[in-house]
Design a protein around this ligand. Structure first.
Ligand code: GSH
Length: 212
């Protein structure tokens, strides 16, 4: 049995939110890069199949051998497994409901759409339809960010004055297309919080190295 966690992730992927959480927690882990979303590197992407038949990163293998997939679940699980890091409102905390709501929203309403955006031929065989599909998918993503921004009441961070894994998640996914400039337009309240997380000295080197 391994004594460290193993994380399958990739530069520029949602897995970097998990890398950021592990960094703040200070938990040792081994990193395996698997570039699942780059058709030019199929063998790299295939590496994650050892842990995730969905061929997606992130996937976290615990020292017991148990596998966790799904970015939101991994982030919530890490926050609970390492409560001393204070990366989520605990069960019973008044902010818990909104925490779970928005973790799930980012995963289901936004992140899942990249399966379509990254390879529109998965749903539309005719290349003539790809540009419109990508454009409309990006519009939907921007609209969802706007909906979320209209419903949250940030303090220094999205849920108030404490940084949570939701901030890490939004920080990373908001860098994907349609990218930050658009995100700042549609989500002006969260714009301030993501910039604060960008500048966090504990995380800035990670962002530069893994999301630059
Ligand atoms: N539902 C998954 C989605 C993960 C996902 O889409 N990961 C991307 C990288 S950012 C990926 O591996 N894409 C390859 C694919 O979907 O084929 C999660 O939340 O972890």
């Amino acid at each position: 049995m391994a004594d460290r966690m193993q994380l399958y992730s990739a530069r520029g992927s949602g897995g970097v939110a998990v890398e950021a959480a592990l960094k703040l927690i200070g938990a040792p882990f081994d990193l395996t890069d698997a570039y699942t979303f780059n058709p030019a590197t199929p063998q790299s992407g295939d590496k994650v199949l050892a842990a995730n038949p969905m061929r997606q990163v992130p996937a976290l293998v615990l020292p017991s051998g148990e596998v966790l997939t799904e970015s939101a679940a991994i982030l919530v699980w890490l926050a609970e497994a390492y409560p001393e890091a204070r990366l989520a409102p605990a069960p019973g905390d008044p902010a818990r409901g909104q925490f779970l709501r928005w973790m799930s929203f980012v995963s289901s309403a936004i992140y899942s759409l990249y399966w379509v955006k990254d390879d529109p031929a998965r749903l539309v065989p005719d290349p003539a339809g790809h540009e419109a599909l990508v454009e409309r998918t990006l519009e939907r993503i921007a609209w969802c960010w706007g909906v979320m921004d209209g419903q949250v009441s940030p303090g220094r961070y999205i849920l108030g004055d404490d940084l949570t894994v939701l901030d890490l998640y939004v920080n990373v996914v908001s860098r994907f297309r349609p990218r930050r400039t658009r995100f700042y337009e549609v989500a002006p309240k969260m714009a301030e919080t993501v910039k604060r997380v960008d500048a966090d000295p504990r995380l800035a080197p990670l962002w530069a190295e893994r999301m630059g």
